[in-house]
Design a protein around this ligand. Sequence first.
Ligand code: ARG
Length: 270
Amino acid sequence: MNKLSFKGIVLFLLVVLAACGTSNNEEQSEGTNGTDEKQTLSVVTEAGFMPFTYLDKGELVGFDIDLLAAVMEEAGYDYKLENVGWDAMLLSVEDGKADLAIAGITVNEDRKESYDFSSPYFESTHKVVFREGENITSGQDIKDLKVGVQAGTTGAEAVEKILGKNHEYISKYDSNTLALMSLQSGDVDAVVTDNVVADEYVANNPEANVEMITDPETFESEFYGIMFPKGSEVKADIDAALQTVIENGTYTEIYQEWFGAEPDLEALTQ
Ligand code: ARG
């Protein structure tokens, strides 16, 4: 009798263990096989970059934010989006705490050493924004001026190429918004930033009395991409979804909504 019930217990335990095993496996395969439950990805941004990513009455909005929503929907992921600041954004992607970042981030060789990127989704270059009356007709004319930039951006690099690395006339700010404010307050004479962001700022701040120039000889063309940790497992899915969204007209719709113009889709395939 005793022996029998012992066997019974062992059998019972084995059945329970086997059941646990199966249910664990099932849980793990959910989400990744994309059938029922969606996997939730952690997305980070820096929302001081109007019209790509910014806060409107406390809500994250912008071209990048709408594009992100379309791409995630297409790829079949849920996501949690957080505005964490530029440096924290880069760090959390680098160490894999975040699954991806979108924030008008330029893809370049330097960054490719530490991050993976989607294919390009937007072409950009730099503009110099300066107070009216300043005699600036080319990028090189900022040489003797106090110039504000957002630290750690390609704009900062472009200015360092002209003035010299860590030149005393270069003021580096934590955000692009702060750099532009310092132009208005007179702390700097000019700000170098991404062309569309410069356009938006000048259009929205007529009282700031600023002008701007672009200079293709000094400022190269760059492309924005979605940024992932190196070796990201979701990059392939998201890249495929981005291509679909570009090809099926969704990208064009979002582009028209934000920029009131037709996108140059050819430029993105180069
Ligand atoms: N495109 C530039 C870069 O990648 C500036 C990006 C700034 N983006 C932002 N959200 N503040 O360096």
